[in-house]
Write a protein of this length. Sequence first.
Length: 528
Amino acid sequence: MSNYEVIVIGGGHNGLVNAAYLARAGRKVLVLERRHVVGGAAVTEEVFPGFTFSVCSYVVSLLRPEIIRELELPRHGLEILPLDGTFTPMPNGDYLWRVNDHAKTRREIARHSKVDAEAYDEYGKAMVDMGRFVKPILSMTPPDPTSLDPRGLMDLLSLGRRFQALSDQDKYNQIQLMTMSAVDFLDQWFETDVLKATMSASGIIGTFLGVRSPGTAYVLLHHYMGEIDGAFRSWGLSRGGTGAISNAIAGAALEAGAEVRTDTSVSKVIVKDGVAVGVVLENGDYLTCQVVSSSVDPNLTFLHMVGTEHLPDEFVSDVRRYKFRGSSGKVNLALDALPDFTCLPGPGAHLRGAVSISPSIDYMERAYDDAKYGRYSRRPYVDIVIPSLTDPSVAPPGKHVMSCFVQYAPYHLREGTWDEHKDAFGDSVINTLAEHAPNIKNIILHRQVLTPLDLEREWGLTEGNIFQGELTLEQLFFLRPAPGWAQYRTPIKNLYMCGSATHPGGGIMGAPGRNAARRILKETGGRR
Ligand SMILES: Cc1cc2nc3c(=O)[nH]c(=O)nc-3n(C[C@H](O)[C@H](O)[C@H](O)COP(=O)(O)OP(=O)(O)OC[C@H]3O[C@@H](n4cnc5c(N)ncnc54)[C@H](O)[C@@H]3O)c2cc1C
């Protein structure tokens, strides 16, 4: 028994945002987190003595400014440090290095193509316009297009009006972004292969698609919508790692009166006569409440915790059809020194931003070819950051931590298991890096390899999908996580969803948690 009004399942950043808003509105809230630490995929841990890693997610941009403001996250320790630019080494000994300084980037692109340097400005402007159109959608509850609910109809109408107000060119761009591949979209603007390859990489993150697959242009836009201190589409590092973001949100939730329990795994949602009335913990304890808000994915929530016997068949079919298809892995390295890139030797500012192993479109597509046929990429796309250069607190003096996000690592392997292939996968990432920075093998002190199976086992991410389900068009907006159930409600009364599997999806954004809290409050009597 308990006297909690709301139990939030999962203490990832969305569960914590949800709890913070509900507690601030006067609800008695308990967050239950299975791991020993809060944060979910936004977590910092000392993986090797003295070396602290953002173990999963590593850069931040999408976190909604209204959440930072309303929860006063800087007061709770949030500090975002700018990440300056993207450096892409090329096999021919050249490189592409885009930085936040507009004039410098223009000159750098002009070194590859004068036409592209001109187009880059126009492209940047068009994407900002697109982002401006989509951004308000992130904070809204998706209207159900099949319903005659006047509020939903008004929302649809207002969306239509905003679309109408776009310039003709922006309208075409918007439709193209929703339908094209990242490469086809970028082809319309640019001619330089390495520029298109490295830009298209944002279109495949967390999806089981290649840069030439239709639908990836939208994911590109999804990753463009962030802002830091009002600077649109900029990315940053959180001081203390991405776990510091979760800790700041947890601080806001605790201050508002929420309770957070770690090392506490939920095994069942108790359903009586179609109504959620509490949860059962793995240790057998029962906790009753008026509302259950689940931040774990639909597979865990419905097929494991609720049970299909309580759900309509059609909804169960939709949940079974929901696509996870994890495609990413992570390699975290503790280093004795900095990597030395052949194309730009020495410890320069190029190491302070992201380093992207995405030298050509064919390279990116070949990496996907491996995955299509059930193998991890032998020469993967790797997105690297070295946070110790910006935030020295994460490694001992003179040493470094390096985070390597890797695609593709398909959850379903054609041969063997991930446990069998884990080391070889790590080796393929290191070998790929060594092609560009040959000293890497000599400076590795420790390495942590995370496969999609590890992401599933340790973080409860089904099939290792980093966004709790692919960000493909058929799983977005009023279709996320299932048609008719995109408004944070579920077929079980008093059971809500508040994690990345709901609109607007994955990334350290907080929007699902905040939108779901608004919904819960609306349906349970509002603010007190
Ligand atoms: C490898 C990787 C790299 C990424 N990189 C980035 C990045 O650089 N930038 C970015 O913006 N996004 C990134 N992402 C995506 C982003 O981290 C996630 O979309 C986001 O953190 C998800 O937050 P969430 O709160 O919705 O869910 P989660 O973080 O998945 O939280 C769910 C929580 O529920 C807990 N849980 C699971 N089962 C139970 C149970 N039975 N009982 C109780 N608790 C349970 C889990 O332990 C977890 O803490 C990355 C993700 C991964 C995995």
